[in-house]
Design a protein around this ligand. Structure first.
Ligand code: 5GP
Length: 184
């Protein structure tokens, strides 16, 4: 089976940007499109950024065993669809899952061969500044995400690989090197 990479880290740490740059440098790597019950942000498209589902549809799919992992995060649900992941791996592509901590822990049990990578911020302040600067969440969501981040940061030691997102270009270099080493 092709390699599966799990990339975790608190909201605002820059996972999305890092993964975008990583995939430009490692083009065979595909990103699994998750399902979520949160609303699309401006510019996000169904089936591209996420599969946007109603609460009922998400629950139906949980009950049908359609998720590799799923979790509640900041009042919404998120999960990796087995169909999406398997379609990519069975086509021979290595896949990256961009997921939060609870999901990463589930994948550690169900797919122990997956490579788990934690993206850490240079400091807690950097996280706050980035989340506020991004402007994608209302203030109460920013606070809720920073609250979750406190626990997520404590779990850093659970991960075999850690990349600190200090200077973006340095962090991308480290991530590319790590992924290439696992793929070779
Ligand atoms: P956002 O709302 O900012 O897109 O995502 C919120 C959090 O949910 C992020 O930490 C993101 O990595 C995580 N997330 C996205 N997709 C999934 C998924 O399929 N499963 C889990 N467990 N977390 C996800």
């Amino acid at each position: 089976m092709p390699r599966v990479f799990v990339i975790t880290g608190p909201s605002g740490v820059g996972k999305g940007t890092l993964i975008k740059l990583l995939r430009e440098r490692v083009p065979e790597l595909e990103l699994s499109v998750s399902a979520t019950t949160r609303d699309p942000r401006p510019g996000e498209h169904d089936g591209v950024d996420y599969h946007f589902l109603s609460d009922e549809e998400f629950e139906r799919r949980v009950a049908a065993g359609e998720f590799v992992e799923h979790a509640a995060y900041s009042g919404r649900r998120y999960g990796t669809l087995r169909s999406d992941l398997e379609r990519r791996t069975s086509a021979g592509h290595p896949v990256v899952l961009e997921i939060e901590l609870q999901g990463a822990r589930q994948v550690r049990r169900t797919l122990p061969e997956a490579v788990q990578i934690f993206i850490a911020p240079p400091s807690g302040d950097a996280l706050r500044t980035r989340l506020i600067g991004r402007g994608t969440e209302p203030p109460e969501q920013v606070e809720s995400r920073l609250h979750v981040a406190e626990d997520e940061l404590k779990a850093e030691h659970e991960f075999a690989h850690r990349v600190v997102n200090d200077r973006l270009e340095d962090a991308v270099e480290r991530l590319v090197a790590l992924v290439r080493a696992e793929l070779s």
